[in-house]
Design a protein around this ligand. Structure first.
Ligand code: ZN
Length: 273
């Protein structure tokens, strides 16, 4: 009797499974993997950490005064892809080895793909100031955009709301809202020259230059020192000048700075002091 019931249940299994897959959506498998990996990290956090160090001879004494480390930098990207769906798929395939905490679609929908306290793989090799492991200290936000089109109002609206939440929750300074191109000027140009950085800065995310009319630049002013103080890695100064122009002047040219451009940089540099 029991055997017959078991056979009937097994016969139904493919249909139940098919129904469940439909019901759970196309990311059921990667969602399951996410929770498995998160559980493994939770186990590591709960374990006695002295095994990680040389402090094994002494008895374990756990302090009770702690919390989780917080992100202190926000890095904005454009996806350079043609749809949100394409990006979601990219970030759920193991072979791509890339991810972000958030993806913002053209219609304004926000996908939160990774807990803010965990480390996404969005920065790659890069540097900002003295920080060389950008992924460990940052939140990565990918904006669905192919790199040559304007950003949409719904997605900019959603971005502003998200940035407001992150800034308040983690107490992130205005200067620490930056772009992927800022941390990797030789490799990256995102978000593109069409991204409205001034609008973001006016809302408190990122620093912008002031009116340069009447501004006197001291003769000793050194643009390279200024860019370094702002945060740029100057191993390729030509790439940094290009990144600076794209972001703050909406221009695409390289080469040394003109006098009006020096004024813009001087103004920006003073905001960072
Ligand atoms: Zn990027």
């Amino acid at each position: 009797m029991f055997q017959n019931r078991l056979i009937s249940a097994l016969a139904l299994f493919p249909f139940v499974c098919l129904f469940a897959r439909c019901h759970r959506g196309p990311y059921a498998a990667s969602n399951k993997q996410y929770h498995k990996q998160a559980k493994q990290y939770a186990r590591e956090l709960q374990a006695n950490p002295s095994a990680q160090t040389m402090a094994t001879a002494a008895p374990w004494v756990g302090t009770i005064n702690f919390n989780l480390r917080k992100p202190n930098l926000v890095v904005l990207h454009h996806t350079a892809q043609n749809s949100c769906e394409q990006t979601l798929k990219t970030f759920t395939l193991e072979r791509t080895q890339v991810s972000a905490h958030y993806v913002i679609c053209r219609e304004g929908q926000v996908h939160h793909m990774l807990n803010d306290y965990l480390r996404a793989w969005h920065g790659g090799v890069g540097r900002w100031g003295s920080v060389s492991d950008i992924n460990s200290s940052s939140i990565g936000i990918e904006i669905d955009n192919n790199g040559s089109e304007p950003f949409t109002e719904p997605q900019l609206g959603s971005l502003m709301l998200l940035l407001d939440t992150l800034k308040r929750k983690y107490n992130i300074p205005a200067a620490n809202f930056i772009g992927h191109a800022d941390i990797a000027p030789t490799r990256k140009s995102d978000p593109s020259v069409l991204f409205p950085w001034k609008r973001l800065s006016d809302a408190g995310y990122g620093l912008w230059w002031s009116d340069t009319a009447g501004l006197q630049v001291p003769p000793a002013f050194n643009p390279l020192d200024a860019l370094r103080i702002i945060g740029y890695d100057l191993r390729d100064s030509s790439a940094v000048f290009l990144t600076f122009r794209r972001k703050y002047l909406g221009a695409e040219n390289r080469g040394s700075l003109t006098e009006p451009e020096r004024k813009v940089l001087y103004s920006l540099y003073r905001r960072h002091l």
